[in-house]
Write a protein that binds this ligand. Structure first.
Ligand code: NAD
Length: 303
């Protein structure tokens, strides 16, 4: 089976590499030349454009930053001489699209509907687990689409992930993802506040993390993605907050959560607070750093 993989960033590259390892023929495209070289070094093929990568592919997987990138990839955009044709216009009927980017449920439904009109199946399949799980092929997939479409996607998804959930119809995977990431943003901020309080009161953050990790404040954040440098190896906080889940992507996801709440007149007071905290952190110049760098915002000034 030939797979096109569009978006070879922190998440997409290790996911594409796992597809190569599983024996699929993978053609990838990214705007970054370094990412393309890394895919070739792993045995994939670097394409000059998304359309070239998708030529003759039975499956297209995308892992792009936000809805604007996903819509422009599949639907095209722009006006007049600036207009570009989307992939849907160039793909053969019968192909399958797996979009693993985190975008709004409404954008996912819009692309799925346009794909359906061309005889192309699409599932939204956002992921959780971070770059470590992308590397290890142990991601959690939250899939939106019909059952038959999920079964078509399963052979590809199971080479990149360990848990595959059918959240519901188109867009439902994205709704589940946004709920999860709203909670992640809240837990990340709360964990930073608690760790900094302990540090300011003289505790060793490593010992405090071990205590919380075995107590009622335990979470994936404290145990597997600890934002305090020096507490865990091989996490973004141990490498100056590089190569993880960018603050700006967390901010985007918290914005999606607030938007989803606004659409139905629900209130998400903690999600809104977390969004504001990450917006302040981004505005202070930390947008490209891993979201755990918000740990620094909670540092307690010495009296
Ligand atoms: P990233 O910024 O590292 O990677 C995105 C890649 O897309 C970049 O390499 C960029 O060059 C490429 N790109 C942008 N526009 C493109 C285009 N038009 N054509 C081809 N390539 C293009 O982001 P990431 O951390 O890999 O995240 C990707 C998606 O996954 C986001 O929606 C994010 O919210 C979600 N996500 C990230 C994590 C994480 O831990 N990093 C975890 C779960 C979900």
């Amino acid at each position: 089976m030939k797979i096109a993989f569009i978006g070879l960033g922190n998440m997409g590259l290790p996911m594409a590499k796992n597809l190569v390892k599983a024996g699929f023929s993978v053609a990838g495209f990214d705007l970054s030349g370094a990412a393309l070289q890394a895919l070739e070094a792993a045995g994939g093929k670097a394409a000059d454009s998304a359309a070239e990568a998708a030529r003759d592919a039975q499956v297209v997987v995308s892992m792009l930053p936000a809805a604007a990138h996903v819509k422009s990839l599949y639907l095209g955009g722009g006006q007049g001489a600036q207009s570009t044709q989307g992939l849907l216009a160039q793909m053969a009927p019968g192909a399958l699209i797996i979009d693993s980017s985190t975008i709004s449920a409404s954008a996912a439904r819009e692309v799925a509907e346009a794909a359906r009109a061309k005889g192309i199946d699409m599932v939204d399949a956002p992921v959780s687990g971070g770059t470590a799980a992308a590397d290890a092929g142990t991601l959690t997939f939250m899939v939106g689409g019909d059952g038959a479409q999920l079964e078509r996607a399963r052979a590809v998804l199971e080479k990149m992930g360990k848990n595959i959930f059918h959240a519901g119809d188109h867009g439902a995977g994205q709704t589940a993802k946004v709920c999860n990431n709203m909670l992640l943003g809240i837990i990340m901020s709360g964990t930073c506040e608690a760790l900094q309080l302990g540090i300011a009161n003289g505790l060793d953050p490593k010992i405090l993390s071990e205590i919380i990790g075995k107590s009622s404040g335990a979470s994936w954040v404290v145990n597997s993605y600890n934002p305090c440098p020096g507490t865990l190896e091989n996490v973004p906080s141990s490498r100056a907050y590089s190569g993880g889940f960018a603050t700006d992507l967390m901010l985007k996801d918290l914005g999606l959560a607030v938007e989803a709440a606004t659409d139905i007149r629900a209130s998400v007071p903690l999600g809104g607070l977390a969004r504001n905290l990450f917006a302040m952190h981004s505005a202070a110049g930390n947008g490209k750093l891993d979201c755990g760098s918000i740990f620094n915002m909670f540092a307690v000034a010495k009296p």
